[in-house]
Design a protein around this ligand. Structure first.
Ligand code: IPE
Ligand code: IPE
Ligand code: MG
Length: 236
C-alpha cells in the first residue's frame, strides 16, 4: 500500500443505485419488481455501511432526468417513497440513522413529500449515521439552485463569490464531500450525480445490479478504496 492510500474507511460513500430494470428483466419480471427489490436493499447496505464505520451514505434514487420515463414507472417509483419511509423509520430509529434528502423535492407528489418530511422529522436526532436520499436530484439543478439562492440572499457575503460561498448554498452544505462513489450495473458515467461534491471522490464501478449488491460487495468496494492513492493534485 502506498503512503497516500487512505487506509481508513471512507467517511462518506455515495452510490448510484443503477440496474433495477436489468435485474428484473433477467428474471422475467416487470421493472417495478426491480425497483421494489432495489428500495429494500437501501437499508441492508446502510446498516452494513454503518457497521463498517462509514458515517454518511448518499444514494441516488431518482434523477431530474428520470421524470422522462414512462408515466406508470414514475408513478410506481413515487408510490415506493411512502412505502419505504413507513417501513424504514422503525429500523432507522433502532440503528440510530438519520434520514435526509437532497434534490428538488418540491417537485415530488404531496403524498411522497409528506412521508419523507415525517421520516426526516422522526429521525432528526439520530447521530450514528446519516442516510441521504437524492430525489428529483440533478447535479446541474443543484448548482443552478445554489446560484439562484445566492442571488436572492440579501445576507450573502460581499465581494466575489468564492468556492466556499457557492458550496454553502448547495442542498446539504454541512455534509462532507463523498470519499468514495460506487456505481452498480456497470455504466461508466456520472449521470448528473453530485457534480460538485464528487470532484475528488474515488470511483468504483461494479457490474452487479443494485438489488443484488450485498454486504460483501460493499466490503469489496471499501477495501478497494483503502488501497487507492489519493493525491488531490499534489506530488506526494
Ligand atoms: C435505477 O435502476 C433506478 C432508477 C434510475 C430509478 P434503473 O431503473 O435505471 O435500471 P436499469 O438501468 O434500467 O437496469
Ligand atoms: C442514474 O441512473 C439515476 C439513478 C440511479 C437514480 P439512470 O439509469 O437514470 O442513468 P442513465 O440513464 O443510464 O445514465
Ligand atoms: Mg439505469
Amino acid at each position: 500500500m502506498s503512503d497516500n492510500s487512505p487506509r481508513t474507511i471512507p467517511q462518506h460513500v455515495a452510490i448510484i443505485m443503477d440496474g433495477n430494470g436489468r435485474w428484473a428483466q433477467r428474471r422475467g419480471l416487470p421493472r417495478s419488481a426491480g425497483h421494489f427489490a432495489g428500495a429494500k436493499n437501501i437499508s441492508r447496505i446502510a446498516n452494513a455501511a454503518a457497521k463498517a464505520g462509514v458515517k454518511y451514505m448518499t444514494v441516488y434514487a431518482f434523477s431530474t432526468e428520470n421524470w422522462k420515463r414512462p408515466k406508470d414507472e414514475v408513478s410506481y417509483l413515487m408510490r415506493l417513497i411512502p412505502h419505504f419511509c413507513q417501513r424504514q423509520v422503525k429500523d432507522m430509529m433502532k440503528h440510530n440513522i438519520r434520514l435526509r434528502t437532497i434534490g428538488r423535492t418540491n417537485d415530488l407528489p404531496d403524498f411522497a413529500r409528506t412521508a419523507l418530511l415525517d421520516a426526516i422529522e422522526k429521525t432528526k436526532d439520530n447521530t450514528g449515521f446519516t442516510l441521504t436520499i437524492a430525489l428529483s436530484y440533478g447535479g446541474r439543478a443543484e448548482l443552478t439552485d445554489a446560484v439562484n439562492k445566492l442571488l436572492q440572499d440579501p445576507n450573502r457575503p460581499a465581494g466575489p463569490v468564492t468556492e466556499q460561498t457557492l458550496a454553502s448554498y448547495l442542498y446539504a452544505p454541512d455534509l462532507p464531500d463523498p470519499d468514495l462513489m460506487i456505481r452498480t450495473s456497470g455504466e461508466l458515467r456520472l449521470s448528473n450525480f453530485m457534480l460538485w461534491e464528487l470532484s475528488y471522490a474515488e470511483l468504483y464501478v461494479t457490474d452487479t445490479h443494485w438489488p443484488d449488491f450485498s454486504e460483501e460487495d460493499l466490503q469489496k468496494a471499501l477495501d478497494a478504496y483503502m488501497h487507492r492513492n489519493r493525491r488531490f493534485g499534489e506530488v506526494k
